[in-house]
Write a protein that binds this ligand. Structure first.
Ligand SMILES: CC(C)(COP(=O)(O)OP(=O)(O)OC[C@H]1O[C@@H](n2cnc3c(N)ncnc32)[C@H](O)[C@@H]1OP(=O)(O)O)[C@@H](O)C(=O)NCCC(=O)NCCS
Length: 184
């Protein structure tokens, strides 16, 4: 069979095995452009800036998975969210994502566990997270980590994109929660 130009079975093409270190930390101001992931999330520029200001004010946290000073994963935490209708203090996890080439390696799991630890240290009673109804794989992940569905939400929200246009989002979702124990 004739070889095509993309055939790499020829011994000229080698591979290397990398032992990469991913660290978990809060966002710094110089992360904001990098969170746009080379254009994939440019439309969230203003959202990232506002969230960063909220982090500085102590209302939210931007937890990042850092590889070589680049944020390849993230989860944001809304602290003491007003889901606390029953006297409990809640933290709301959202915008969880890991860059496609790094998915399935345990980074998303670690982001959630690290976020839970941060919330435990802040004496929050419950962690909550919303998962789109058409994202059963993510729901499986949260269930494996101990989250349970407690309600349904029509998932309507809006944001201002980088050009100042209001974008309306409609993403029906399940609301899930997990009781946080004391810091272990
Ligand atoms: C969901 C997500 C954050 C998980 O991070 P991750 O580092 O890939 O997850 P882990 O390696 O720790 O765990 C793997 C599990 O994550 C889930 N998962 C993996 N890739 C996924 C994807 N593309 N979409 C949704 N869930 C995914 C699955 O449950 C998977 O377990 P499985 O392989 O047994 O099905 C990540 O895959 C992602 O960013 N997906 C796209 C955006 C998204 O769906 N975010 C969740 C919004 S609620």
């Amino acid at each position: 069979m004739q070889k095509t130009s993309s055939d790499t079975s020829n011994s000229v093409y080698e591979k290397i095995t990398l032992n990469i270190e991913v660290t978990f930390r809060l966002a710094r101001e110089d992360d904001l452009p990098k969170l746009e992931w080379m254009g994939e999330f440019t439309h969230f520029r203003r959202v990232f800036r506002q969230t960063y200001q909220d982090q500085a004010a102590g209302r939210r946290l931007m937890l990042l998975a850092d590889l070589n000073t680049f944020p390849i994963g993230q989860v944001f935490i809304l602290l003491n969210s007003n889901f606390g209708w029953n006297g409990n203090e809640y933290g709301y996890l959202y915008s969880l994502r890991v860059m496609a080439p790094f998915q399935g390696l345990g980074i998303g799991t670690k982001l959630i566990l690290q976020a839970e630890r941060i919330m435990q240290e802040r004496r929050l009673d419950y962690a909550t997270i919303a998962v789109a109804k058409d994202n059963p794989r993510a729901r499986n992940l949260y269930e494996r980590l101990g989250y349970q569905v407690y309600s349904s939400d029509d998932g309507r929200w809006s944001y201002q994109d980088h050009k100042g246009h209001t974008v309306h989002v409609y993403e029906p979702c399940w609301m899930m929660e997990k009781k946080l124990g004391p810091v272990g």
